[in-house]
Design a protein around this ligand. Structure first.
Ligand SMILES: Cc1ncc(C[n+]2csc(CCOP(=O)(O)OP(=O)(O)O)c2C)c(N)n1
Ligand code: SF4
Length: 246
């Protein structure tokens, strides 16, 4: 268990006050260091606030085009199976333009880990509606609230992923100390699945975006703990623990 700041976090993060990304970055760094793989890990990002970490999180990174991180990560892992490979993506990136890449990496059971940050909007570009935006939620592109009769229902990625032949899927949150500890265990389980060669692992993390929600950090955290967690329950949904790739 790491108590001090992980060495992988080489510079202070650039996120807004109260943003969940900073906590999630730290959990990923702690897990990689505890597993002893931080110096051999390669990350793929695409767009969004996720990308801010490539300057502050000291591993090798490649920036893919919008939505394409899972395809790029799969290619890296196939070329360098000795490396630990992750994507770190927002909900707009991974489930809107990147839906196909996210799902096909899972369908192929690629031996990569996807860290998926669900803040129910497109954060970096000003809070537009994302596939994960809750029914009735106001965003800059749904000013009267998301109308599911027009947009369809929010996409629950794990409900789709759990029908596939993947190694691991879990959803956590970064609200209370207990939830953060649980989320860390999920992230660890996901990377362990990859290190065991079991295949695709996916951890969704419910995360506040106080800036675009127009809330204080505390109120944003409370919105995650109440409204968002109610719609997107936390827990482990796929845990196969079988060795699939030799
Ligand atoms: C091809 C292309 N289209 C649009 C954009 C603009 N863009 C930048 S970030 C982003 C959305 C990011 O939202 P999300 O993935 O939810 O990440 P967050 O910022 O919330 O962490 C978009 C649409 C882009 N960079 N490239
Ligand atoms: S815009 Fe939202 S997701 Fe992006 S850094 Fe700020 S709080 Fe975090």
């Amino acid at each position: 268990m790491i108590k001090t700041k992980p060495q992988t976090l080489i510079v202070d993060n650039k996120y807004c006050p109260g943003c969940g990304h900073g906590v999630i970055n730290r959990l990923v760094a702690e897990v990689l260091e505890e597993l002893g793989v931080a110096d051999q890990t390669i990350g793929a990002v695409a767009v969004g606030c996720a990308c801010l970490m490539i300057d502050t999180f000291g591993i090798d990174w490649i920036q893919a085009q919008h939505g394409r991180a899972a395809a790029v990560a799969a290619a890296i892992k196939r070329c360098r199976p000795d490396r630990t490979v992750l994507t770190y993506q927002g909900d707009g990136d991974a489930l809107a333009i990147g839906f196909s890449e996210t799902m096909y990496a899972a369908i192929r059971n690629e031996n990569i880990t996807v860290i998926f940050v669900n803040n129910t909007n497109f954060g970096m570009t000003g809070g537009q509606m994302a596939p994960t935006t809750l029914p009735g939620q106001k965003t800059t592109t749904s000013p009267y609230g998301r109308d599911c009769a027009v947009t369809g229902n929010p996409l629950k990625a794990i409900d789709m992923l759990k029908t596939l032949d993947i190694a691991y899927a879990a959803r956590g949150a970064v609200t209370t100390a207990a939830e953060i500890a649980k989320t860390k265990r999920y992230i660890r389980n996901a990377f362990e699945a990859q290190l065991n060669g079991e295949g695709y692992s996916f951890v969704e993390v419910l995360s506040p975006c106080p800036t675009n929600w127009g809330m204080t950090p505390l109120a944003a955290k409370e919105r995650v703990a109440s409204t968002i967690q109610e719609y997107y329950p936390v827990g482990e949904f796929v845990k196969r623990g079988e060795k699939r790739h030799d």
